[in-house]
Design a protein around this ligand. Sequence first.
Ligand code: NAD
Length: 295
Amino acid sequence: MHIAFIGLGNMGAPMAHNLLRAGRTVSVFDLSASAMESLHSAGARAASSALAAVREADVVVTMLPADRHVRELYLGEQGILAHATGNALFIDCSTIAADAAREVAAAAAERGLAMIDAPVSGGTAGAAAGTLTFIVGGETAALERARPVLEQMGKNIFHAGGPGAGQVAKICNNMLLGILMAGTSEALNLGVAHGLDPKVLSEIMAKSSGRNWALELYNPWPGVMDNVPASRDYVGGFGSSLMLKDLGLAQQAAQSAQAATPLGSLARQLYQLHTQQGHGQQDFSSILRLFQQKS
Ligand code: NAD
């Protein structure tokens, strides 16, 4: 089986490395040449374009930033759907709007091609360790074809429903994550402003009813935890601008279903402000800085 992997950023690169480690034949493509270098030296074929990567692939995995990148890659003038082999399976792992995922899946179906949306949870650490959670939308038969490939990059695979359902579930999760990260930062900042040690306060809350993933596994306070972006000046990880995008997708989804999401809306505003202040490229745990400014 020949796999094409397109989009080798913070998430895509470690995911593609895991496919290579599992012995897969992988062709890679990214707009950034430097992103391709480490995959090439690990044994991937460096394709000259997305089309070249896809042309002979049985399975195509894409891991791109947002709707417009996915639409352009799949449906644009040089779109990959139009140039795929007859039986190729497409797995889009990007987090995008459910509507965009459905549009691309419908275009694939028109050409008789199978496609699933398979956004992920677990962060860059999960991508590197091969322990990602895949949240899949699409037909069961397509998911079963994808399963052996997904299992080499992740630990948990959930089938949320038909096309786009993976994106809906992922957006619900990330709205909650944005709220939890902002809330965790707010609480830590309050405690520290009263002279508490952020590490001690984190230990207390992690064993109390305020415990949550952001606090326990991705602590936003620098130095509380090793191996998280907060302890390397918020470099790498999940960019604040990507979190802002996901919180915007949640608001769009809320509007179309007329669901009330006041906390999600507030979290989006906080990330908007934070990004406007120049922190878009920093990991989303850097939202702590928004609170620290006052103290
Ligand atoms: P990133 O910005 O680090 O990487 C995106 C990569 O896509 C870049 O290397 C870019 O050059 C490449 N790219 C863009 N357009 C392209 C095109 N047309 N052809 C080829 N390459 C192209 O982003 P990331 O952090 O890897 O996130 C990717 C997706 O995964 C996003 O939708 C994000 O919301 C989601 N996600 C990220 C995390 C995380 O912790 N970083 C966790 C879960 C989900």
